[in-house]
Design a protein around this ligand. Sequence first.
Ligand SMILES: [Zn+2]
Ligand SMILES: [Zn+2]
Length: 330
Amino acid sequence: MGLTFGLSVLIAQFVAQRPSRMPTPEASYLARHGKRCLARVPDPDIVASPAFGPWWQRLGEQDCTPGSWLSQFREFGQTFGQYQAEGPNQPEEDAPLLLTALGEFRVRGEEGRALLEPLREFLEIYYQRPVSLGPPGAMPALAWSSDRGATGQYDAEAVLESLRGGCPQGTGGCLSVTDEDLYVNTLQYVFGLGHFHRRVGVFSMYRLWEPIVDPYTGDRRAPEEVETLRRALKVAVHEMGHEFTVAHCVHYRGCVMAGTNSLAESDEGSLMLCPLDHAKLHWNLRFDDRKRFGELAEFANRHGLHPEARYWAAMADAMPRLPNASGGPL
Ligand SMILES: [Zn+2]
Ligand SMILES: [Zn+2]
C-alpha cells in the first residue's frame, strides 16, 4: 500500500559517538531469529558530494534493535533509480505547498497553534517552495473513536481519506496538522501519514510534549521548547517527504525519512536528509543546495537548534555556488 507510518530520526556524528545501546549478540532481533532485517536493501545508486561523508554512516543490522521500526516492519529501501521509476509527485517549478490546521486544538490549544508558523517557515525552507497556511479544516467525525487512547483517537487512514482530492490543483503538496491523537488499526498510535501520490498528508502534535526518555538510564524529563519544536519539524518534514514519494529510508543511520516506532526512536533520529534522500529531492524539486543549507542553518540558529545549525552551516560552506546565484564571486 502506498501509505507509510510514523516519523522519524541526530546527526550521524552523534550517532557515531553514542555508545551502542545493546551488546552485540543482542543487536538484532531479526538476526537472532535467523533473518537479516536489511538483507534485501540495495546499495545507494548515487555519487554523493564528499561533504556528506563525515556526517553519515550506512545503517547496519545492529540498528535493528528490539522494539525498533526495523525489527517490526520489513523495509526494502528505495534507490534513486527506483524513486525516478516510481513516477514521483513532481510539482511544477513554482507550485506552492499548503499547511492546514485541522480541528479545534482542544488538546494543546495555543501551545499547539504557536507551532504552526515555525512549521510553515521550516517547510518553506526545507522544500524550497512557498508554503501558505490554509483556512482551518474540521476533523472528520466518522474517524473518531472515543474508546481508544487516553482522550479518544482519530483513525489516521480515515482522516487521510477525507482529505483525498482536497489539495488544490497546482499545489505541490498539502499537509494537515492536528493536536488530536491518531492511530491506524495495527498500531496504537501514529505520528502521521503521508500519501505517496495524492499530495495529502496528516500529522499529529499530540505526543510532542511527552517526556524525553534517556535511552541508557531510562530517566524521564519534560522536553524543552526547542525539543518539542524539533519533534514537530521532524514529523512535518517526514510526512511531506512521503508526499514527494520518498519511501522510508533504510540506507543511512538517522535519516529523517526513516520509519520510527516510538517517540524515543524518533528522538534518536535527526532532522536531516541522508545523501540519497537529499539527491531524490534535489532532483525532484531542483533546489539550490547552497542556498537551502544556508537558510536551514539560519533558521536553526534562530530557534536554538544548535547541532542542526552546525551541520547545515558546514554543508552550505561545502556546496558549490551556482553560476547564476547572487551574492559573491564564483
Ligand atoms: Zn513514514
Ligand atoms: Zn535517507
